[in-house]
Structure formats: structure tokens, C-alpha cells
Ligand binder design. Structure first.
Ligand code: SP5
Ligand code: ZN
Length: 341
């Protein structure tokens, strides 16, 4: 399987995030992608390719134009105020507020985010932009000649919604690729999100649509981030009703519990008869992940890859979370090698 990757991810490196009431070094750091790339090389997974530039148009097929414009210009506006430290939002519109977009950068940071978990530095936009191009390039390769590809995206994407960032995510790489698949001829695309956290952004983007089926296995929102979405009764809305499937699982879930939900999600996906499958591949389900509570072991990722291959679908793997940096490469690439075997 081919891997698409851009060195530009390195431009995104922020200093701190809020965790358990303290500012801590960011869990989402450049070495994560290095570890995965090293493992791709070590296992001879396949060629490693630079992305092609598909421009802005595929981004605004799922994100609002004003949000993408905001991301692209935010750092310049911040720096013009003489600020040199990372950008972080400070205030959000509470319930019963008719949210009008403010004019200054501080207000807009709150307007275009759902948490303080997506700091930006001078290179964040370029990294996020190239990350989306990585996903688009991997998708294009599946359209042309391959039956599967790996988009080694960093920063991750699945928490980014139509017009907001959060949870280390700015552009929703998986959603952008799903839309690109539809735009290049697919009738139906399924997304399977196996990151520990609910893919609230992807759900938001496709919630009212029947042409993208969204399925997600994640920590129960009663106990886990992103705290407010991911319940099983979120089934979609309007034309999208019945095309959204959430599998909230208890803290401590291991392969036995987790794989039962996986089987059900795969049954739903097979019944949908999609033209392509996009896997939001987070490996923060690992037992030693520092911010998560599932108990998957490295060998379990081999079983996940084997299972997914049984669907027999053109499949795009998009890198999402995973913060046990030493093992992230082994775990992510285990899925891919077993899928290919
Ligand atoms: C892409 C992705 O995986 N984003 C995750 C963002 C998580 N951000 C907040 C995590 C809060 C973790 N709190 C840990 C409590 C441990 N008991
Ligand atoms: Zn995650």
C-alpha cells in the first residue's frame, strides 16, 4: 500500500495545551508522524509519495468558505498585533446566544472553535493545508490504480466541523477525502472512525446527508472528550436520518468489547454498499495512551486490519490520533500490513 506524506506537518508545533487544569506540552507533536513514517519504511509497506496540490476548492466542499479563509489568515492577523506566542481562543457563545461573528481575532477564534484544544502557530495553516492535500492525493491514487492507500496526515482532522476547529484538528482530512470521492463519481462513501474520541467534526459535516455513512467507535461521551456528542441516539437528521451510527464504549474496553462494536459497524457498512471506505485511523485506543482509556494491545491492530480487509472495499486510511508516541508507528502500521496481507 502507498503512503502519502508531507514534511510540512513539521511547521505545526505548539507549546502547550490545557489538560486536567494544567498547561502541558502538546500531546499532538511532530514526532508522532515521524514514528509512523519510520515504521512504514521499516515494514516496507510500500512507496512513500509527496502530495499533489488540489487547491482550496476541495476544502470548501465540506468547510465554510469564511472558516477556511479565517484559518488561512489568522496567524498574520495575530502577528500584526505583535503577538508571538501560540494563538488560543478565550471565549465562546453560550446557550441562548445568537452568535454573530465578531470582528477581532480573539472573538473570531472563539467563533470558529469548540474548545481551546487547537492552538495555532505560524505554520499551522500550511501544515493543515498540506495534510488535507495528503488525504486528497491518497484518495486520487485509489481512484486511479490502487485498492487502498494511507494518508499520513498531521495534524489530525476528525474533530474539525463545518466551521470550527478543536481537539488538535483544523481541516477534516477524512471528510474532505469522502467528499472528493463523491465528486469524482462515487455514489456512497462510508466512514469508519476508530479513533478513541468521537469524530464529532465528521458527524457534523455529514449529519444531514445520506450519501456519506458515518460510523464511530469511541469513549462514552458521559465520561470522555469531546464530552457532548457521540451518543448512540444521534442517528442523523432529515435526509441523513439513519446514516449516522455511534458506538459509545465504557472506559477500560479491550479488544473483546471493542471488536463487538466493530463487527456491528462493519455489518452496517456492508449493508450500505458503499463505493469506498474511509477509515479515520486513530490509535489512541492503545492501552498505554496517555489521554485515553481503552485497552487495545499492539496485536489487536493486526486483527483490526484483517477484519477491515474482509469488507473488500477500496479503502483510504487517514491518520487521526494516538499519543503513546513510542508505539504509535507499530500500532498504526499493524493495521495497514494486516489489511494488505
Ligand atoms: C485527534 C484527537 O485524538 N484529538 C484528541 C483531543 C483530546 N483533547 C482533550 C483530551 C482531554 C484528556 N483528558 C484526559 C483525562 C484522563 N483521565
Ligand atoms: Zn483521538
Amino acid at each position: 500500500m502507498r503512503t502519502f506524506y508531507s514534511e510540512a506537518h513539521r511547521l505545526h508545533h505548539c507549546n502547550a495545551e490545557l489538560n486536567e487544569g494544567q498547561l502541558m506540552p502538546c500531546f499532538e507533536m511532530p514526532s508522532r508522524a515521524d514514528m509512523v513514517l519510520d515504521r512504514v519504511k521499516h515494514t516496507n509497506l510500500g512507496q512513500i509519495l509527496e502530495p499533489t496540490d488540489f487547491g482550496f476548492a476541495p476544502l470548501t466542499r465540506v468547510h465554510s468558505e469564511r472558516y477556511v479563509e479565517f484559518l488561512a489568515q489568522a496567524w498574520e492577523r495575530w502577528a500584526a498585533l505583535g503577538r508571538e506566542h501560540d494563538m488560543l481562543p478565550l471565549a465562546w457563545p453560550p446557550r441562548r446566544t445568537l452568535a454573530r461573528c465578531p470582528e477581532d481575532i480573539d472573538g473570531q477564534l472563539g467563533f470558529y472553535s469548540f474548545d481551546a484544544g487547537a492552538p495555532m502557530n505560524a505554520g499551522t495553516w500550511e501544515a493543515a493545508y498540506q495534510g488535507a492535500q495528503v488525504a486528497l492525493s491518497a484518495l486520487a491514487c485509489i481512484n486511479r490504480e490502487e485498492s487502498a492507500a494511507f494518508a499520513l496526515c498531521r495534524p489530525p482532522g476528525h474533530h474539525a466541523g463545518i466551521d470550527y476547529m478543536g481537539g488538535y484538528c483544523y481541516l477534516n482530512n477524512a471528510a474532505i477525502a469522502a467528499q472528493a470521492a463523491l465528486d469524482s463519481g462515487a455514489s456512497r462513501v462510508a466512514v469508519l472512525d476508530v479513533d478513541f474520541h468521537h469524530g464529532n467534526g465528521t458527524q457534523d459535516i455529514f449529519y444531514q446527508r445520506p450519501d456519506v455513512l458515518f460510523t464511530s467507535l469511541h469513549g462514552d461521551p458521559r465520561r470522555e472528550y469531546p464530552c457532548f456528542t457521540g451518543y448512540a441516539d444521534e442517528r442523523g437528521e432529515g435526509a441523513g436520518l439513519g446514516f449516522n451510527f455511534n458506538y459509545p464504549l465504557a472506559p477500560g474496553s479491550d479488544w473483546t468489547a471493542w471488536s463487538q462494536a466493530l463487527s456491528d459497524a462493519m455489518r452496517v457498512i456492508a449493508g450500505y454498499q458503499p463505493d469506498a471506505l474511509i477509515v479515520s485511523l486513530g490509535v489512541d485506543t492503545f492501552k498505554d495512551d496517555p489521554i485515553s482509556s481503552f485497552k487495545l494491545d499492539s496485536d489487536d491492530y493486526l486483527r483490526l486490519g484483517e477484519q477491515l480487509a474482509l469488507l473488500g472495499l477500496p479503502t483510504l486510511f487517514v491518520m487521526e490520533g494516538g499519543y503513546a508516541v513510542e508505539e504509535i508507528g507499530i500500532n498504526a502500521v499493524n493495521v495497514l500490513t494486516a489489511f494488505d496481507a
